[in-house]
Design a protein around this ligand. Structure first.
Ligand code: NAD
Ligand code: UDP
Length: 312
C-alpha cells in the first residue's frame, strides 16, 4: 500500500468527490472534505462521518483555507449546465478564486494539487476526437462561458503557479461522467433520462438527438484520478474519459431498454452553445498512466438505474 497521505478534497460531498473520498479512505489516507453543499449533499458522505480518518468542513472554496496536507484534489464547482448557469458569477468566482486559494495552500504546504478540469475547455470542438494539444473553440460570452472560461483560467493558474512558484500540479480533463449519487435535480442528461424513464415521463431530448457525448462511469474516473495523483512525472493536462461515443438519442434508447419504460422521446429546442460532439483521445492516459476505462455504457447505466430506483 502507498504511504498514507493527508488529503484535502474540495467538492468532496458532490457526486464525483464523494466517490473519491470513499476510495481515499479505503486506501488508508486521512481525508478532509471541504464543501459548501451548493450542489452536493451530506447524504453522499454520511457513511464516512463516523470514520476517524475523515473530517467534513462546510465552507466555501472562495475563502482562503489552511490545513496541513500532502495532496489536494480540487473539485469544488457545480458541473451541470443548469446548475452552473443558475449563478454564473459564483461559478467564475468558485473556479478562479477557489483555484487561487487551493494553489496557495499547495504552495504553503509543498503539497501536490490535482485540478479537476473538463472537456469543456475544448468548447464546441473543431477537432474530433479531442487530444490534449487542441486549444478549443469556446464562446466566452455564451451562457456556458462562466464554466468553460472559469475552468480554462483555472488551468492557466495551475501552470503559472507551477512555472512561477514550482507548485506540484496535476491537471486532468474529465469527460462526461455518470453514476450513483448524481443529484436527482442535477439536470445532466444521464440522471434526467433515467429519472424520466423510471417515472414513465417524456424523455427530454434538447435538439434532434444527433449530438454526441462519450460517457464514463464514475469508478473509471476515480481510478484515473488516483493514478494521475500518484505518478511523479507528468503534470498534464491529461484527458480522462471513455472514448465510446453515443448520440443523445442512442443514450435515451439504451435507458428505455434497460428500464423497460413506456416513456416517449420528446424533442425540445436545443440548449444554447451546446457542443455538437465530444470524444476524448486517451492515448496520453494510456501511455502515462496505463489507464483506460473498463466499464461499458450498458453496465454503468445498469448500476446507475439501480441507484436511482433505490432513491426514488
Ligand atoms: P457536483 O455538482 O456533484 O459536485 C461539485 C461539488 O462542489 C458539490 O458538492 C458542491 O456543493 C461543491 N461546491 C460547489 N461550489 C463550491 C464552493 N464555492 N465551495 C465549496 N464547494 C463547492 O459535480 P461533479 O460531477 O461531482 O463534479 C466534480 C468536479 O469534477 C467539478 O469540478 C467538475 O467541474 C468536474 N468535472 C465533472 C465532470 C462530470 O461529468 N461529472 C466532467 C468534467 C469535470
Ligand atoms: N441533454 C438533453 N436532455 C436533457 C439534458 C441534456 O438532450 O434532459 C443534452 C444536452 O443538450 C447535451 C447532452 O445532453 O447535448 C449532454 O448534456 P449534459 O448537461 O449532461 O452535459 P454537457 O452538455 O455538459 O456535456
Amino acid at each position: 500500500m502507498p504511504t498514507a497521505k493527508h488529503v484535502l478534497v474540495t467538492g468532496g460531498a458532490g457526486f464525483v468527490g464523494s466517490h473519491l473520498c470513499d476510495r481515499l479512505i479505503k486506501d488508508g489516507h486521512e481525508v478532509i472534505c471541504l464543501d459548501n453543499l451548493a450542489t452536493g449533499s451530506k447524504k453522499n458522505i454520511t457513511h464516512l462521518l463516523s470514520n476517524a480518518n475523515f473530517a467534513f468542513v462546510e465552507r466555501d472554496v472562495q475563502e482562503p483555507f489552511y490545513a496541513k496536507v500532502d495532496w489536494i484534489f480540487n473539485l469544488a464547482c457545480p458541473a451541470s449546465p443548469p446548475q452552473y448557469q443558475k449563478n454564473p458569477v459564483q461559478t467564475v468566482r468558485t473556479t478562479v478564486m477557489g483555484m487561487i486559494n487551493m494553489l496557495d495552500l499547495a504552495g504553503a504546504n509543498g503539497a501536490r494539487i490535482l485540478q479537476a478540469s473538463t472537456s469543456e475547455v475544448y468548447g464546441d470542438p473543431n477537432i474530433h476526437p479531442q487530444p490534449e494539444t487542441y486549444w478549443g473553440n469556446v464562446n466566452p460570452i455564451s451562457r456556458r462561458g462562466c464554466y468553460d472560461e472559469g475552468k480554462r483560467c483555472a488551468e492557466t493558474l495551475c501552470f503559472d503557479y507551477h512555472r512561477e512558484y514550482g507548485v506540484d500540479i496535476r491537471v486532468i480533463r474529465i469527460f462526461n461522467t455518470y453514476g450513483p449519487r448524481m443529484a436527482k435535480d442535477d439536470g445532466r442528461v444521464v440522471s434526467n433520462f433515467i429519472l424520466q424513464a423510471l417515472r414513465n415521463e417524456p424523455i427530454t431530448i434538447y435538439g434532434d438527438g444527433s449530438y454526441t457525448r462519450s460517457f464514463q462511469y464514475v469508478d473509471d474516473l476515480i481510478e484515473g484520478m488516483m493514478r494521475m495523483m500518484a505518478q511523479d512525472e507528468e503534470v498534464g493536462p491529461i484527458n480522462i474519459g471513455n472514448p465510446g461515443e453515443f448520440t443523445i438519442k442512442e443514450l435515451a434508447e439504451n435507458i428505455l431498454d434497460l428500464t423497460g419504460s413506456t416513456s416517449e422521446l420528446t424533442y425540445l429546442p436545443p440548449a444554447e452553445s451546446d457542443p455538437k460532439q465530444r470524444k476524448p483521445d486517451i492515448t496520453l492516459a494510456k501511455q502515462v498512466l496505463s489507464w483506460e476505462p473498463k466499464i461499458q455504457l450498458k453496465d454503468g447505466l445498469a448500476k446507475t438505474v439501480e441507484y436511482f430506483k433505490s432513491v426514488l
